[in-house]
Design a protein around this ligand. Structure first.
Ligand SMILES: Nc1ncnc2c1ncn2[C@@H]1O[C@H](COP(=O)(O)OP(=O)(O)OP(=O)(O)O)[C@@H](O)[C@H]1O
Length: 269
């Protein structure tokens, strides 16, 4: 027997033989992979590869035709989106979904509504217990805003912020759920180089300081290769590769999938 104990990587999310069909089209075909705890895990693939469908299965928007998704051992398959959020999976969307005329603080407070016991109606009536609860939530919202770099922007209507800051508000709102796993859907889309660099920092900080694992869909290969611990590659609904960024960049099937679509290698952007 070996004297060296194998390093065990705990997995927080298991995607197990997931298949999703839309009419005649197989959007996900028997897809399996694991997301390790304390990791940044990227899902990449050409347009139409099945990435959004995968997120929609994990977050409960779609029920798969076959397979299971387990989160910390709990079967998520066919649970409703709000039940999955309550279990600790928070997500952001491709298009910013915030209340533009409301302040950063109010948008973040709304992100905590699943965690409130007395609810915001009771808070509006200023009942003593709800006042205490509201105070706690406001304090936590301030901490989270400071963590993402928005401490000075709490009173500003979200719609007037620069795009990169609006994306930060979205991520902060997801963090307000105190998630055990964060799903980010194309967080760098529409960002300039400076904003993307800031996002890379933030994602690393969420993993390293908050110790929240992150699963992200992203087309910006520079960002993916720079921050991901592991990368899963989808092509026409099939998982064609799963490995470290280095392994993925050298994988001939991955290169073929990208060259076949738009002439770009995943390592070159
Ligand atoms: N609700 C739906 N009804 C029918 N077909 C769908 C539906 N959602 C996705 N599809 C199809 O499933 C396939 C996978 O789509 P999906 O949006 O998951 O790909 P994607 O990798 O996220 O693409 P992109 O990078 O362009 O966002 C595509 O062929 C798409 O047209």
């Amino acid at each position: 027997m070996s004297t060296h104990a194998a390093t065990t990587v705990t997995s927080i999310l298991s995607v197990d033989t997931i298949t999703v069909r839309f009419a005649g089209l197989t959007a996900l075909d028997n897809v399996s992979f694991e997301v390790a705890d304390a990791s940044v895990h990227a899902v990449i693939g050409p347009n139409g590869a099945g990435k959004s469908t995968l997120f929609n299965v994990i977050s409960g928007v779609y029920s798969p035709d076959a397979g299971t998704v387990r989160f910390n051992g709990t079967d998520l398959t066919s649970r409703a989106p709000h039940a999955i959020a309550r279990l600790g999976i928070a997500r952001t969307f491709q298009n910013i979904a915030l209340l533009n005329t409301e302040s950063v603080e109010d948008n973040l407070l709304l992100g905590r509504h699943l965690l409130t016991r007395t609810g915001f109606v009771a808070a509006g009536l200023r009942l003593p217990r709800s006042r205490n609860e509201e105070r706690r939530h406001r304090a936590r919202v301030r901490e989270i805003a400071a963590f993402v770099g928005l401490a000075e922007r709490l009173d500003i209507p979200v719609g007037t912020l620069p795009y990169g800051d609006q994306k930060r508000v979205e991520i902060a709102r997801a963090l307000c759920l105190e998630p055990a796993l964060l799903l980010l859907d194309e967080p760098a889309a529409g960002m300039n180089a400076h904003e993307t660099a800031g996002l890379a920092h933030l994602v690393r900080d969420i993993r390293d300081e908050l110790e929240i694992p992150i699963l992200l869909i992203e087309h910006d290969m520079g960002l993916v290769m720079g921050i991901a611990d592991r990368v899963s590659v989808l092509d026409f609904g099939r998982l064609i590769a799963d490995g470290t960024p280095n392994q993925i960049q050298r994988d001939p099937e991955v290169q073929r999938a990208y060259l076949g679509v738009d002439g770009a290698e995943p390592g070159v952007h």
